[in-house]
Design a binder for this molecule. Structure first.
Ligand SMILES: Cc1cc2nc3c(=O)[nH]c(=O)nc-3n(C[C@H](O)[C@H](O)[C@H](O)COP(=O)(O)OP(=O)(O)OC[C@H]3O[C@@H](n4cnc5c(N)ncnc54)[C@H](O)[C@@H]3O)c2cc1C
Length: 760
């Protein structure tokens, strides 16, 4: 409320939070917004948890925004499109963000935008500009340290960041290299401790920032480390014969050294020279700088992927994310958004070539939506509808984890969901082509995609670009073949626009696709100019996006999925039992808790400035509010389920299906048997990798599971002492019966052996 509107100043707020790298949120750009995900245990509710930066080519003023992955410090800034002294600073911010990430991340929030009012109030932004620094592992809005007078110059901004970073002490961001001056001892043993080719030493006076800036500038480069050495470090100064400060020296792992041959002893010259050294490459940050950084594990295990294949894990992850996260963001769906959802789900039910239990899931969801005749669909009802159903005879399941294989980026913020969404829609256009006459419903898939992107896709920039392309030419598509080609060519347009941008994964450069090595026949030359051979492209697309080319690698089999879900339910039930509360009260409390959480979420959703959605999405939201419009498409980290659950909260079975352990065990055993049969008759992929169900393994695992389940059933309600007493009593009574039997047998024998009296 105290924020001045209309200021042309640069405004900043900043954030840095704990909690793992597995959620999305993007701030950034002019008027960018910071996502406020739902509260999760141990997580500050008003934060962005993962970010991806989207670049606009139209608007070069756009700069990076967004923040918050657990172990990184971040700065968030706000741009007010200034034409004054802020221009320089504004231009520097994306550069700094790109260079110093992941040690420091920078994001912007427009506090003059009414939609951000609540967030800015939470961050206590009372005027423009404000710059706040959040140390790594900060938990609350109040943890932000206001950087005094950030407006002086770009240089001051950099220095402020470094000074604050240095004061982090215990909260040192693990991805940040040491910034303190190196000692002679450290330099002596450096190559023994670090597997790099070069060590650059910047000799400088204690008040100089050059060494620290170069250290951060080189943070993303491999094979080289940078340290500052103070002019007071006599041993090193003498050893290297340093006479001017600053000056740079390069040490090689073989012990030789030389002075950096730079034209000027300044940061940019040092950085430029060091980056051009042979063997120095830009890569993920790996250097094990200090013992405290040794446990930096941010990226998931790289998965082997073949770009000529399509992976079911990507497709199912896209479905999970779109249905359970992206669509579920809105408090209520109505009007165009509800129609878009119905359209999208109907399309999936019709064309998605999923595993049997996924197809059942989509079909039942489609049926449910068709029966939903109310003008509004509240989020709670939707969340309930997208849960997996525990019906043993008819499993309707969609995996609840996100696993990127073909769409895995080289870093967590690359690729992922947007990649999988493209793949999904290419696949659907190809499936539609195979399933009906060319001229029938040519726009069926493209229109559904257009509506989905317009109403739900979290990246506003992307949605706008896509809508512009669609408005221009989509209605000219007259057949299903043309639809396949339209999507292909427009995807290539996007690839061309984004090539070389910040969003490009350096390991997966944006190419005109398919490249010649994937499809030589797709390319030709006409009058010395490259041209596409469209019939060949169409053939290629049909084959590439066909069910036969979908590989199940890294997917969880249906039986594993069931077992995992039941295990998790079991663990949850055990946890409740261990509290020694009567089961009924447990149930009541769980229900109460669930209700409270739902209400909490409802409240969150209804806060117009925090999670408001566009006009199409229900009554409580104001036009122009930004929930669905937030640029929030990001790579989600495939994390263990327990960590995801507290955020997405959608992947557990409903307890109500399984009131007792005994019922649950019986249900699991039943489901397992039936599912195995269903899957056995399910059409399998033609190519060799059909590893969905390894029956022998499943059976063995199943036996184990069943045994343990029955063991639990037998043990239900009895303590170990009870069971032992039963066994002892059983043994004693058996002995007793045996004794009686022996006694009577002996007696009979002795009677038979005695001579009888002659009868009269
Ligand atoms: C509708 C939409 C609009 C987007 N708009 C923007 C935007 O404006 N700005 C922005 O920064 N990001 C945008 N994105 C995200 C961006 O296009 C990429 O998805 C993201 O950068 C990840 O890129 P990627 O390298 O994984 O490959 P992607 O471009 O996502 O491609 C995914 C996969 O599809 C295949 N493929 C690539 N090109 C084609 C093609 N022409 N035809 C068929 N298959 C192909 C390849 O196998 C590739 O791995 C958009 C995404 C979508 C879904």
């Amino acid at each position: 409320a105290q924020l001045k509107s209309g200021s042309r100043d640069l405004v900043g707020i900043c954030c840095s939070f704990p909690g793992g790298q597995r959620y999305l949120g993007v701030g950034g750009g002019l008027g960018g917004a910071v996502e406020r995900p739902r509260a999760a245990p141990g997580m500050w509710p008003g934060v962005v948890r993962l970010q991806k930066v989207w670049k606009s080519h139209e608007n070069q003023d756009f700069f990076a925004g967004g923040c918050v992955v657990g172990d990184q410090s971040r700065l968030c800034w706000e741009d007010r499109a200034g034409e004054d002294a802020w221009d320089e600073l504004r231009a520097e911010i994306p550069r700094l963000d790109a260079r110093w990430r992941p040690a420091v991340m920078i994001a912007a929030l427009d506090c003059a935008d009414e939609a951000n009012q609540q967030v800015c109030m939470d961050f206590r932004i009372t005027g423009f500009p404000t710059l706040k620094f959040f140390r790594a592992f900060s938990k609350k809005a109040e943890d932000g340290i206001k950087i005094a007078n950030p407006s002086t110059s770009v240089r001051d901004l950099r220095h402020s960041i470094i000074t604050n970073l240095e004061q982090s002490h215990d909260a040192w961001p693990p991805a940040c290299p040491p910034l303190e001056p190196a000692s002679a001892e450290e330099v002596r043993g450096f190559f023994r401790r670090n597997n790099v080719k070069y060590l650059a030493l910047i000799f400088e006076k204690s008040n100089s920032f050059v060494g620290r800036e170069v250290t951060l500038d080189m943070l993303q480069y491999e094979n080289i480390a940078v340290r500052r050495v103070l002019s007071s470090e006599e041993e090193l100064v003498k050893k290297f014969g340093v006479t001017t400060f600053p000056s740079g020296y390069l040490l090689l792992s073989n012990g030789s050294f030389s002075r950096l041959p730079v034209h000027m002893e300044v940061r940019s010259f040092y950085t430029y020279y060091l980056r051009t050294l042979s063997g120095v490459t830009r890569g993920s940050y790996k250097l094990n700088m200090t013992s405290s950084t040794s446990n930096v594990t941010t990226a998931s295990q790289p998965k082997h992927a073949d770009r000529s294949k399509v992976y079911m894990a990507d497709l199912e992850s896209a479905l999970h994310y779109s249905l359970r996260v992206e669509v579920a963001r809105a408090g209520t769906l109505s009007g165009a958004a509800l129609s878009a959802l119905k359209c999208y789900v109907a399309l999936l039910a019709k064309y998605f070539p999923g595993r049997p239990f996924v197809q059942t899931y989509l079909q039942s969801l489609d049926g449910w939506l068709r029966n939903w005749t109310e003008p509004e669909l509240p989020r709670n009802a939707w969340k309930e509808a997208v849960k997996n159903k525990g019906d043993a005879s008819h499993p309707a399941m969609l995996p609840t984890n996100v696993t990127w294989v073909g769409c895995q980026g080289s870093e967590p913020h690359f690729r992922g969901y947007p990649c999988s969404l493209w793949t999904l829609f290419h696949l659907l256009t190809a499936q539609a082509l195979q399933s009906g006459p060319d001229k029938e419903l040519p726009l069926e898939v493209l229109s559904a995609m257009r509506c989905y992107v317009k109403n739900f896709f979290g990246c506003q920039e992307c949605a706008q670009h896509f809508e512009a392309m669609a408005a221009e030419s989509m209605d000219k598509v007259q057949g299903r073949e043309q639809a396949v080609l339209w999507l292909w060519s427009h995807h290539n347009e996007v690839n061309a626009r984004l090539a070389g941008s910040d969003t490009e994964d350096p390991k997966f450069p944006k190419l005109q696709w398919p490249p010649p090595d994937m499809c030589p026949l797709c390319h030709k030359e006409e009058s010395g100019v490259h041209a596409w051979d469209e019939p060949a492209v169409l053939r290629f697309l049909k084959a590439h996006f066909s069910p036969a080319n979908i590989y199940p690698d890294y997917t969880e089999s249906g039986t594993d999925l069931l077992a995992r879900e039941s295990r998790e339910m079991g663990a949850a039930a055990d946890a409740r039992l261990s509290t020694n509360r009567p089961a009924e009260r447990d149930g009541e409390r769980a229900a109460e808790r669930e209700k409270e959480e739902e209400e909490e979420e409802e409240k969150e959703a209804e806060k117009p400035n925090e999670e408001g959605t566009e006009g199409a999405v229900g009554a409580p939201e104001r036009p122009g509010s930004s929930e669905l419009r937030r640029p929030s498409i990001v790579r989600m980290n495939p994390k263990p389920r327990e960590t995801e659950e507290d955020i997405v909260d959608l992947d557990s079975f409903s307890e109500q299906h399984f009131k007792s352990k005994a019922l649950r065990a019986a249900a699991v055993a039943g489901r397992r048997r039936r599912l195995s049969k269903r899957d056995a008759v399910a059409p399998q992929r033609a190519a060799g990798g059909a590893q969905d169900f390894d029956y022998a393994e499943e059976e063995a695992a199943g036996d184990g599971l069943r045994r343990s389940q029955w063991f639990r059933v037998l043990g239900l309600g009895f303590s170990r002492v009870d069971v032992s007493l039963c066994i002892v009593l059983y043994f004693l009574s058996s002995m007793c019966l045996l004794g009686m039997y022996t006694f009577f047998r002996l007696r009979m024998r002795s009677r038979k052996g005695r001579p009888g009296f002659p009868t009269a």
